[in-house]
Design a binder for this molecule. Sequence first.
Ligand SMILES: NC(=O)c1ccc[n+]([C@@H]2O[C@H](COP(=O)([O-])OP(=O)(O)OC[C@H]3O[C@@H](n4cnc5c(N)ncnc54)[C@H](OP(=O)(O)O)[C@@H]3O)[C@@H](O)[C@H]2O)c1
Length: 161
Amino acid sequence: MEPESHKEGGFGRTVCVLTGASRGFGRSLAQLLAGLLSPGSVLLLTARNEEALKQLEAELVAEHPGLRVVWVPADLGSDAGLQQLLGALRDLPRPEGLQRLLLINNAATLGDVSKGFLNLSDPAEPFKGWALYCAGKAARAMLFQVLAAEEPSVRVLSYDP
Ligand SMILES: NC(=O)c1ccc[n+]([C@@H]2O[C@H](COP(=O)([O-])OP(=O)(O)OC[C@H]3O[C@@H](n4cnc5c(N)ncnc54)[C@H](OP(=O)(O)O)[C@@H]3O)[C@@H](O)[C@H]2O)c1
């Protein structure tokens, strides 16, 4: 029999990892997701802005007292940041009766959009513009298609409005 939370369109008891949660789409998504996670679920929020993550945690816990919110300030553009997040993932409590693991990798940057294609010729340039941004998204789309083909037990959604 389907768990009650599934009938209501929820995700059941879940461990959810959401990157880019400090603002924009990710922050809004965190608020929507929190209502779909059954009590006892764990929501791990990450971004670089620690204050914004703390503020979001306070809001979510006040509205959803059964939800455990963990935040990890990390720069995912660096190996150190990635290791911080992986360490936090390893230490996450595994909820009893876990039904789902949900990873939403939303963190990204538009970079310096004032630069056009022809100004992106310096390989050492620290900012990416639209050309590199779009190339990254295209790479992600193919990577996820391959992941979906190779791992049929993983449901993969590459959402790009
Ligand atoms: N806005 C659009 O029109 C649009 C359209 C299509 C796709 N998208 C995609 O949708 C996603 C969210 O867009 P958005 O408009 O909500 O962007 P946003 O407001 O700029 O938010 C980006 C999020 O990513 C985090 N982030 C950026 N660089 C990071 C890094 N190095 N390490 C860790 N976290 C980092 C930011 O947090 P911190 O700064 O605190 O680290 C922030 O929480 C992105 O993947 C974007 O490419 C957006």
